[in-house]
Design a protein. Structure first.
Length: 180
């Protein structure tokens, strides 16, 4: 280790902010170039470069000049930050893919619901007045059998019978439509 690097290491380990500035001037371009070549993205490379020198500054007390040269130590930090950036990118891509799939599935559910509503509405029109009213209360207002009976002042058994017959009729009509 030459005298200029020895004084840089001493100043850096002592917490002299000018030392990290000198390190950046000396190795910043190398760190940036490695990050850019590895990540292929200028913004990610800039982030990694900043993270490397912040991590070096924060971890300066752990640097041992007997184990590695300062440049070698920085390259180790660079390698780790590039790996972190890859992992972060992969995680973001997975999260985005999951979000896109969720949005797609919700849109399918939404369009299926609309299609079902349109088909049901058309089929309800074919029912007689009382069964049609009962089915609309059940289907659109989501009332229970008891609530429908109370609202229409009909016996509960009558409401249940109308719903059962109407559902069987609607199912048969929809199955016929699917077969056509």
């Amino acid at each position: 280790m030459d005298e200029s690097e020895r004084s840089l290491v001493t100043a850096f380990r002592a917490g002299d902010a000018r030392a990290v500035e000198r390190m950046y001037e000396r190795w910043g371009r190398l760190v940036y170039t490695l990050a850019l070549r590895s990540l292929g993205n200028q913004s990610d490379a800039e982030d990694v470069t900043q993270q490397v020198f912040v991590a070096a500054w924060q971890g300066r007390s752990g640097y041992d000049p007997q184990r590695a040269k300062l440049a070698t130590w920085l390259m180790g930090i660079t390698r780790n930050k590039i790996i972190d950036a890859y992992q972060s990118r992969t995680r973001r891509e997975r999260e985005l893919a999951a979000l896109m799939e969720s949005v797609y599935l919700q849109s399918l559910t939404w369009t299926d619901h609309i299609a079902d509503s349109v088909a049901m509405s058309e089929e309800l029109e074919t029912l007689e007045a009382v069964p049609q009213q009962i089915m609309r209360l059940a289907f659109y207002d989501r009332l229970t059998h008891t609530q429908i009976a109370t609202q229409l002042d009909l016996p509960l058994g009558t409401v249940k019978s109308h719903i059962r017959r109407s559902l069987l009729r609607l199912r048969a009509r929809l199955e016929d439509a699917d077969d056509a």
